[in-house]
Unconditional design. Structure first.
Length: 431
């Protein structure tokens, strides 16, 4: 097949959700990189392809794509354990990466409403017709299964004890910050498509997605962009610092202001900014690293987040493999120093993270990259679904607040599955 897929502009009334539903009904392997329900900016991509692997040798220091940012390449995910093992940390068994070499895609530019079909020349007519026919967005389906209660890897009390162990490691100088996580499991068969439609409706995010590859499905409403590379410029946008939203406008504004000013949250965020500056310096031109935004509050339906942006110019010859080796797993999901934090978290957490705390998105044939963090996400495999949640622990962390943050982060993905939060985690005392 040619390096790039051929693009054809289509009438702008095709709908990404309608296209996704039609495509997933006939394709076992399918993706939807989703800019969010009712998105007014950004791009969404829907398509399919053949099972492949991460294209390590693709260079990221070339010219940016003109027009459509993704014009063919690879879509998939990297799991946390595979990355941690490559970085030298002890790990549980890896659940494995999953990637597609894209053969058909549709690109939706939300700012303009324009739509393109992308495929090989010989397939373009048939695929364009298929895309053009998908115009009516589907309704959000209600939960139809009997409510189930998720199983938690840790009780709130156990998680609070782990927080205190993290604080002791920080006091001893072994780490500055540790991103401590836990897992919730929902047993039984899952409505993966319905769950994703409910998740994106409840918590729309600019880097959401549904990826089904090799029988596993990743459903994400991620608000965090891990890596973006285009035209030789690499950016990362770590999130550290969270507050719940309030229905009362005054209280909601107060929560956002409290987050922006909180010394613990600012310290947590800037530690990861410094770590990501160091990571990017390994693959960027000396002197090119800069902090483009620091401690910016971004608001989503469920939470306020504290976000920073770090960028640099890729060194000549830098490949996707080089970039991942330098930066993955992301510092916002490990802590600092990275290797020390990952090593201690392996002992503390008591089980694998899997795809949670990994990354997903696309690698274009021209070297453009857009990868999101796997947070606010669900992984459906066989007859169970898992939801990871966690938070950054610093010396100033208060266990009760950190436990409440985990409960807040897990609530929407579990609700999308039709599952109830375990009783102790769902207590009003925590939330």
């Amino acid at each position: 097949m040619p390096e790039r897929l051929t693009a054809r502009a289509l009438p702008g009334d095709a709908d990404p959700a309608a296209l996704f539903l039609a495509l997933e009904a006939v394709c076992p392997d399918v993706f939807w990189l989703d800019a969010g329900a009712a998105a007014q900016e950004g791009w969404s991509f829907v398509g399919t392809g053949g099972v492949s692997s991460l294209p390590d040798a693709v260079r990221v220091d070339g010219a940016a794509a003109s027009g459509i940012p993704f014009q063919g390449g690879w879509v998939g995910w990297c799991d946390y354990e595979s990355g941690a093992r490559t970085a030298g940390a002890p790990t549980a068994d890896a659940e494995g990466d999953a990637w597609l070499r894209v053969t058909r895609a549709a690109a939706f530019e939300h700012a303009t409403g324009r739509v393109w079909a992308l495929a090989d020349d010989e397939d373009l007519d048939e695929w364009s017709a298929f895309v053009s026919e998908r115009r009516t967005p589907p309704p959000v389906p209600p939960v139809t299964t009997v409510p189930r209660t998720a199983e938690a890897r840790h009780t709130p009390g156990e998680y609070a004890d782990l927080i205190e162990q993290c604080r002791e490691l920080i006091r001893a100088g072994i780490a500055y910050q540790l991103c401590l996580t836990t897992r919730f499991t929902v047993r039984g068969r899952q409505d993966e498509v319905g769950s994703y439609l409910r998740l994106r409706a409840a918590t729309p995010a600019h880097h959401g997605g549904f990826l089904r590859i090799g029988g596993r499905a990743l459903l994400s409403a991620s608000p965090e962009q891990f890596l973006h590379a285009s035209g030789g410029v690499i950016r990362t946008r770590p999130i550290k610092g969270t507050r719940p939203r309030s229905a009362d406008p005054a209280a909601d504004a107060a929560l956002a202001a409290e987050l922006q000013a909180d010394p613990k949250e600012r310290a947590e965020n800037v530690m990861i900014v410094d770590l990501m500056r160091n990571d990017l310096s390994r693959v960027c031109e000396p002197g090119s690293i800069r902090v483009d935004g620091l401690w910016v509050v971004e608001s989503y339906p469920e939470v306020h987040q504290l976000v920073s942006t770090v960028s640099g110019t890729a060194a000549a010859g830098t490949t996707v493999g080089d970039l991942m080796a330098a930066t993955f797993p992301a510092g916002s999901m490990t802590g600092a120093p990275k290797l020390s934090a990952m090593t201690r978290l392996h002992d503390l957490e008591g089980g694998p993270r899997g795809v949670y705390a990994g990354c997903f998105g696309y690698v274009g044939v021209n070297g453009d990259v857009d990868l999101a963090m796997v947070i606010r996400s669900i992984l459906i495999d066989d007859e169970q679904a898992v939801v990871g949640a966690g938070g950054g622990i610093t010396w100033r962390s208060v266990a009760a607040s950190e436990v409440a943050e985990v409960a807040t982060k897990a609530r929407a993905p579990l609700a999308a599955l039709g599952a109830e939060t375990p009783a102790l985690w769902g207590s009003d005392i925590l939330n």
